[in-house]
Write a protein that binds this ligand. Structure first.
Ligand code: PMV
Length: 350
């Protein structure tokens, strides 16, 4: 979501369509050249969780992911003095770098360069500040959210409003730096900020949620290095392709069934599908004793179902809960060692 602080006059805007861009709103000066916003531009993007199909999605099976709006990444771009170039500040990390000298694979600088190239404008004189409340390396899409907020804020500062598909494609390029061989599900759900049914290489399908449902997201506090875990799964798949493909097929079938249950509002059935998916992830070798403890705790405390979410080994688990048991399940998760519990309700986002 981009928000302009003190927008320029409407007469300064025009709609441009072309060069592979679906729709670009750019404001111009009298000569028709795009110009920078005279005021700060701020954008934000949500976290996410994968409900069904992580890992299998890397191998072409379907998966379902939803945005988590309780945690967000934010990017703000402000004008800077002429000739200063673009300075990128990661305020949470206390780091500042200039675009001109940042290494090629530094993710924030790479995101800015990709954005500038996409909208074909030179480096502006500006300060771009990013911050995030999304825990890192925990399966909540922190990298994709920071990139998404950055792309939107920088494009907005330069007078462009990018479509979700464009933002998602740019962020996917950055995800490759973070993860090596990402499926593309993180950048998709974060850029669209809607529940999605995702199959690698296929157009994104937005999910209609038949009946809202509530999730508790419990953090093990243990980092989940996606690239490493995805690499280990790949080694296993190369050793035993038939066994792994059979697991991925079952996960894909569960995601398809879950899609029907979400669309028809059959929340009760979703819980058992989460349980089944978790068992398959255990067989895949990506769970851990802490994830299993939290999953079992949630079920014992009355959750309709629970599973790990994301790459695994650490990171977060999710539990599907009915409204009246939310407090009990949350308390049980904290007592079992969840370092943070986020409550989120999933609905169709307009
Ligand atoms: O970033 P994480 O931890 O949510 O993991 C991404 C999900 C995987 O399916 C494991 C990898 C991918 O690229 O889809």
């Amino acid at each position: 979501m981009s928000s302009r602080i003190g927008p320029p006059a409407p007469s300064e805007y025009f709609l441009a369509i072309g060069l592979g861009r679906l729709a670009i709103l750019r404001y111009t000066n009298k000569e028709g050249r795009s110009k920078m916003a005279p005021v700060p531009i701020r954008s934000s993007a949500p976290g996410k969780v994968i409900l069904f199909g992580e890992h299998a999605v890397v191998y072409g099976r379907p998966a379902i992911a939803v945005p988590v709006t309780q945690v967000r990444a934010t990017a703000t771009v402000k004008p800077a003095s002429p000739g200063s170039g673009l300075t990128i500040v990661a305020s949470d990390l206390g780091k500042s770098t200039s675009l001109a000298t940042a290494p090629r694979d530094e993710p924030l600088a790479a995101t800015a360069r990709l954005t500038l190239a996409h909208i074909s404008v030179p480096e502006p004189d500006a300060t771009l500040t990013v911050s995030s409340t999304i825990p890192i390396a925990s399966g909540l899409g922190s990298g994709a959210a920071v990139s998404t907020a950055l792309v939107r804020a920088l494009a907005g500062f330069l007078g462009c409003t990018l479509e979700p598909a464009e933002v998602s494609a740019l962020v996917f390029e950055v995800e490759k730096i973070h993860h090596g061989t990402p499926s593309g599900i993180d950048n998709t759900v974060v850029a669209y900020e809607q529940p999605v049914y995702f199959v690698r290489g296929h157009p994104v399908e937005r999910l209609t949620v038949g009946a809202p449902f509530t999730l508790l997201i419990g953090d093990t506090g243990i980092p989940s290095p996606t690239k490493k875990i995805v690499g280990r799964v790949r080694q296993g798949w190369q050793r035993e392709p038939a066994r792994y493909d059979a697991l991925f097929d079952q996960m894909g079938d569960i995601a398809d069934e879950a899609r029907r249950m979400i669309e028809t509002g059959n929340v009760g059935a979703l819980g058992s599908l989460m349980d089944e998916n978790h068992e398959l992830l255990v067989e895949l070798g990506v769970s851990s004793s802490k994830l299993d403890d939290l999953v079992e705790t949630a079920r014992f405390a009355g959750a309709l179902g629970a599973k790990l979410s994301g790459a695994g080994r650490g990171g977060n688990m999710i539990a599907l809960v009915e409204e009246d048991l939310t407090e009990e399940v949350e308390e049980a998760l904290r007592e079992t060692g969840a370092v943070e519990v986020i409550r989120t309700t999933i609905t169709t986002t307009k």
